[in-house]
Ligand binder design. Structure first.
Ligand code: FAD
Ligand code: SIN
Length: 538
């Protein structure tokens, strides 16, 4: 098997991974260089599709303050947030967002060259920066990809899927085992610092705003390596994904459209959000999603509508060029027509438990961005806080690593050797038809572990997921990328369902029909794999 050594491996080429690589290269002593490993083409990620923007509590925005951002974040998060994480991220947003500008990132400005701020649900003031109108993610990705590509100290490895972490008996991570999706070969990459920036899980659900790659890989491989996972039951469903035909991967209609004044209506044009919350369209995301879910269920509808015709035509075209264009392709003129929308899986609040610097429970393993759980988002993420968390934690992990000895390990522990041996052996597997199993898994998650849950639905889900796991017989080595992704999806789906079953309260995005109350105490759920079994950490 081929092998290489790096001072740091960053897994993922979304905003968290790219910015971490750039900051590390700028600051740390890297005798063996940095690698950015990514499972598809460089830059393909959830980040690329982000629309609304990035929260930035900037000193020049006199209407805003960190206190107000902290309050909004904790309110939206239904109190499950870690105060210190929220405070740190909020207080560091000015410094980090401005540092991004040094890497060619630009945000929209007005005619006086001042930043334009937009508003999204549950924010008490306008504090969200955007770029290219509604193409914030794409614009930031483009700039960061360009900076990484032109940096000769950062190697890029495309179409390389991280399949297992090299963790020894002392719970120290020494690198990662990679499957090359093009050649079908395996490679070992040794490194004293592995940064997981592998993003979310939207593809576990039938309807999602996330692209194909969001299969929870980083979560599964960290869990399998023994990392402590936090709040795995908390999945955010975005209220307004474009519900057109039977598209399952749904294009997002940004919350910023509601932030600028659009209303949710039924087919007759009647507004309904006042029935669910006095903040109506601008209530926290979980509340708006449940409102729409209820309307659809009660009236047997496949979708409701967003009416943006109250927004000035010029503003719509300038602020939302991507959304306008996409809708027009479907024959919808958003300045005039109702936009059909329905909820879809969007973001994962749970993840690998980390501190602000990305440290996990495994030495040498770091996690940043959507794959991590810092405690910022609590039970329901406040809009546009994700990109902020990506960049602040990327900045902090590089601060943490900058004074460390990053020489790659020379000695190979016996446990690591046995991991490598598993993938070196020849196999005569028959391919498995992954598509059918994936479709079943997505149905189970959507119907039974979705927006509304109960003891009954979750128990059935766990049983059905166990059956799927038996049907899919791979334990470690698989035959191709799709099999690896399915293995990871099954692992993570089960963790979500089991955690949801255990949380006997409704809080934020976790809504239990049989336990409508919220506990007074906010308790994180922590789990890990011990002696091969799922174990809840007390
Ligand atoms: P990602 O951007 O998802 O990147 C993950 C990377 O890891 C990818 O490159 C992937 O290929 C790679 N990867 C995964 N598994 C492996 C593996 N096994 N081996 C190798 N590589 C792997 N948030 C906001 O704050 N504001 C917004 O306006 C906003 N809008 C959004 C709109 C949409 C449509 C979506 C889907 C999300 C939006 N979000 C928004 C959420 C936000 O975009 C994401 O949470 C954030 O971009 C995650 O960044 P990340 O770097 O952690 O992961
Ligand atoms: C959106 O634009 O509605 C998405 C914002 C987010 O997910 O934070």
């Amino acid at each position: 098997m081929k092998y290489s050594r790096y001072s740091t491996i960053v897994i993922g080429s979304g905003i968290a991974g790219l910015y971490a690589a750039l900051k590390l290269e700028q600051q740390a002593n890297l005798p063996d260089g940095i690698m950015v490993l990514t499972k598809s083409t460089f830059g393909e990620s959830n980040s690329k599709y982000a629309q609304g923007g990035m929260v930035a509590v900037l000193k020049e925005n006199k209407c805003d303050s960190t206190e107000s951002h902290i309050t909004d974040t904790i309110k939206a998060g239904a109190g499950l947030n870690d105060f210190n994480a929220v405070k740190f991220i909020s207080e560091n947003s000015d410094k980090v967002v401005k540092d991004l500008l040094n890497f060619g990132v630009e945000f929209d400005r007005d005619e006086n060259n001042n930043f334009c701020f937009t508003r999204e649900a549950a924010h008490s003031v306008r504090r969200i920066l955007h770029s290219g109108g509604d193409a914030t993610g794409r614009m930031i990705e483009l700039a960061l990809c360009k900076s990484v590509q032109s940096n000769t100290n950062i190697d890029i490895y495309e179409n390389g899927l991280a399949v297992e972490l090299l963790v020894n008996a002392n719970s120290e991570c020494k690198g990662v085992l990679v499957y090359n999706c093009i050649t079908g070969e395996y490679e070992t990459i040794y490194s004293p610092a592995v940064i997981l920036a592998t993003g979310g899980i939207g593809q576990l659900y039938k309807y999602t705003t996330n692209p194909e790659g969001a299969t929870g890989d980083g979560l599964a491989i960290a869990y399998n390596a023994g990392a402590v996972m936090q709040d795995m039951e908390f999945v955010q469903f975005h209220p307004t994904a474009l519900a057109f035909d039977d598209d399952v991967n749904r294009f997002l209609i940004s919350e910023a459209v509601r932030g600028e004044g659009a209303k949710l209506v039924d087919a007759d044009g009647i507004e309904f959000m006042q029935k669910y919350d006095e903040r109506k369209e601008l209530a926290p995301r979980d509340i708006v999603t449940r409102g729409i879910f209820h309307e659809m269920k009660e009236k047997h509808l496949d979708n409701v509508y967003l009416n943006a015709s109250c927004i000035d035509k010029k503003t719509l075209a300038e602020r939302f060029p991507t959304i306008s264009k996409k809708c027009l392709e479907k024959g919808i003129d958003i300045s005039r027509d109702f936009i059909p929308v329905a909820p879809a899986a969007h973001y994962f609040m749970g993840g690998i438990k980390t501190d602000i610097q990305g440290e996990t429970s495994i030495k040498g393993l770091f996690a940043i961005g959507e794959v991590s759980s810092t405690g910022l988002h609590g039970a329901n993420r406040l809009a546009s806080n994700s990109l902020l968390e990506c960049v602040v934690c990327a900045y902090e992990v590089s601060e943490f690593l900058k004074d460390k000895n990053l020489s790659s390990p020379k000695q190979i522990d016996s446990e690591i050797k046995s991991i490598i041996d598993k993938y070196s052996e020849d196999t005569d597997f028959e391919p498995i038809d992954t598509e059918d199993i994936k479709t079943e898994l997505k149905e189970i998650m959507w119907k039974l572990v979705g927006i509304v849950r109960s003891e009954k639905s979750l128990t059935i889900a766990v049983e059905k997921l166990n059956e799927l796991q038996e049907k899919f017989s791979r334990k470690d080595k698989c035959l191709n990328k799709s099999e690896y992704e399915l293995k990871n999806m099954l692992t993570v789906a089960k963790l979500i369902a089991v955690s949801a079953l255990r949380r006997k309260e409704s809080r934020g995005a976790h809504y239990r029909l049989d336990y409508l109350n919220t506990y007074e105490d906010c308790v994180h759920s922590l789990l890990n794999k011990k002696e091969g079994e799922l174990d809840f950490v007390k």
